[in-house]
Design a protein around this ligand. Structure first.
Ligand code: LCV
Length: 259
């Protein structure tokens, strides 16, 4: 049974992440079903796409499936990681993707939501960037996603503390487009999606792709990329990395020693 449901109303598609038992943790299985759903919607030439969880969820997505992270000794967020793959798919999708967010959003799911073209949330939504809590070295394109959505001091606060930021603050900082009450958000999002779908799809796609290319156009000399990878390897090779995984699985607070 698929872990997502899809709906296509005229030229507006909706993909619903529906693995409630694991709070939509972005496992390989859930991401595979998401990718299949994106392909269905692209073949159907959807002109706007809504990415959501079931109505009224407590957790939109619990982020990367921690139980699928490598035990150590290699990059936990490499090119073929399911989270990286679905993030790229959102950017590649020809039509605008609108994140309809209810519930709490954790770790890589923050990047999933913020990599969408528009983010619309209820007031109860919170976003928590959690790599520091798990001793995970977030990856280059992931950090660039966050850097392009919010001021550096805000990203540093979220990344270093791991503490949630609520929808009102996210709206004031610009990484949420609108905040709507739970009773109103579905109609609000579908009205915006329908408005987008009435516009010229070739123009919308060209602008989405051009903006994406321009926003990602940050020339990084290879030596700097290797320097970043060196910093990240210190983390994924550390005993702290293994402590972060163990603490999560044992449902206890981690004790980090900086080694
Ligand atoms: C696997 C899970 C998860 C999960 N993975 O329900 O950004 S990075 O670098 O940090 C990146 C690596 C990343 O995204 O890491 C993941 C960051 N996510 C989090 O830190 C959130 C972890 N989850 C939670 O704090 C709680 O599950 C919340 C607060 C979301 C919900 O709490 P609640 O008490 O309602 P449970 O914790 O009981 O979770 C229900 C089931 O979902 C699994 C969890 O292990 C449990 O499974 P079992 O019943 O089999 O034990 N689950 C939740 N999150 N990220 N599995």
């Amino acid at each position: 049974m698929s872990l997502v449901t899809t709906d296509l109303a005229a030229t507006v598609g909706t993909i619903t992440m529906n693995h409630g038992r694991k709070h939509n943790a972005l496992s390989a299985a859930l991401v595979d079903d998401l990718l299949a759903a994106f392909d269905v919607m692209e073949r159907a030439k959807a002109r706007a796409l809504v990415l959501r969880a079931p109505k009224g969820v407590k957790v939109w997505s619990a982020g990367h499936d921690v139980k699928e992270l490598p035990a150590g000794g290699r990059d936990p967020l490499g090119w073929n990681d399911p989270l990286r793959t679905v993030i790229r798919r959102i950017g590649d999708f020809p039509a605008p993707v609108i994140a309809l967010v209810e519930g709490t959003v954790w770790g890589g799911a923050c990047e999933l939501a913020l990599s969408c073209d528009l983010v619309i949330a209820t007031p109860e939504v919170t976003f928590a960037i959690t790599p520091a809590k798990l001793s995970v070295p977030y990856n280059v394109t992931g950090l660039l996603t966050f850097m392009s959505r919010m001021p550096l001091p805000v990203l540093k606060e979220m990344a270093f503390t791991g503490e949630p930021v609520d929808a009102a603050r996210a709206l004031s900082l610009g990484f949420v487009n609108h905040v709507q009450q739970a009773a109103d958000i579905d109609a609000f999002v579908m009205k915006m999606a329908a408005r987008i779908a009435l516009n010229a799809p070739l123009s919308v796609t060209a602008m989405k792709r051009s903006i994406g290319i321009l926003a990602a156009a940050s020339p990084l000399p290879p030596i700097m990329f290797e320097q970043i990878q060196g910093e990240r390897r210190k983390v994924w090779d550390s005993t702290d990395y293994r402590e972060g995984m163990a603490a999560f699985l044992e449902r206890r607070e981690p004790v980090y020693k900086g080694e």
